[in-house]
Design a protein around this ligand. Structure first.
Ligand code: FES
Length: 237
């Protein structure tokens, strides 16, 4: 015979109620643990000196459309054309109209001429779009030509007076129009001299050489207009 306290005397509905109570207790305990854990984690992130701030992921933009990128890279050289070096040629404050700046690029053996023309020119950079640069090696037979300002004459030919800014080769009289990407306007040269690709940083005034336009520099022309040939035959600057 069983007593009233004997578990075997519990009715089925009493077992069910007790099971539900036990489940509620377990669920409540788990919730409290999770809640305390979450609060602890947040508190730790606020007070821990080594905690890392959560920041939004960022991407680096290399285009001129990113104002933040411009401000961060304003003093950095621009990217080069494939295979070409980047060099600082001059600062715009040091470049005067019709006063050439000579520099070697992309090889130590290949001279170029940078000039501020005082009027907008094809491929020109700077505040007035009038600063250009070209290979100084004549495309006829490779002599070094000279810049001739408008109204001036080359030392080798006083009978010639330039009507505009030109490059004049005293070897055989080839003339290159600096306003029109060194188009040949006189003499035996078969093609223009290559134009140097310039990049102007308006925040610093720096003018960089970043590449060369076709055709290739005389002496390295294999019959192709691949400017990669300009990187052959000497030592990069
Ligand atoms: S080498 Fe320049 S014109 Fe002949």
């Amino acid at each position: 015979m069983s007593s009233p306290d004997d578990p075997g005397d519990k009715k089925p509905e009493e077992d069910s109620d007790e099971s539900r109570r036990n489940l509620l207790k377990v669920g409540l305990g788990v919730s409290v643990v999770l809640l305390l854990g979450g609060v602890g984690a947040v508190a730790k992130s606020l007070i821990s000196p080594g905690a890392q701030p959560i920041v939004a992921s960022t991407t680096t933009q290399t285009t001129a459309s990113s104002s933040s990128s411009i401000s961060q890279s304003a003093t950095l050289p621009p990217p080069a054309a494939p295979g070409f070096p980047v060099i600082l040629v001059a600062n715009v404050s040091d470049v005067q109209v019709d006063s050439p700046v000579n520099f070697n690029y992309p090889l130590q053996e290949t001279p170029n001429i940078l000039i501020k023309l005082g009027q907008k020119a094809e491929g020109g950079v700077g505040p007035d779009g009038d600063i250009v640069a070209f290979s100084q090696i004549c495309q006829h037979l490779g002599c070094i030509y000279a810049f001739i300002a408008p109204g001036s004459s080359p030392t080798c030919n006083s009978s010639y007076t330039a009507s505009g800014p030109v490059g004049y080769c005293c070897c055989h009289g080839s003339v290159y129009d600096f306003l029109e990407a060194a188009k040949v306007i006189g003499g035996p040269a078969p093609r223009p001299v290559p134009q140097v690709i310039l990049d102007f940083d308006s925040s610093t005034g720096n003018i960089y050489a970043t590449g060369m336009m076709p055709p290739t520099i005389f002496g390295y022309d294999t019959g192709s207009t691949d400017v990669a040939n300009d990187l052959q035959g000497g030592t990069l600057v």
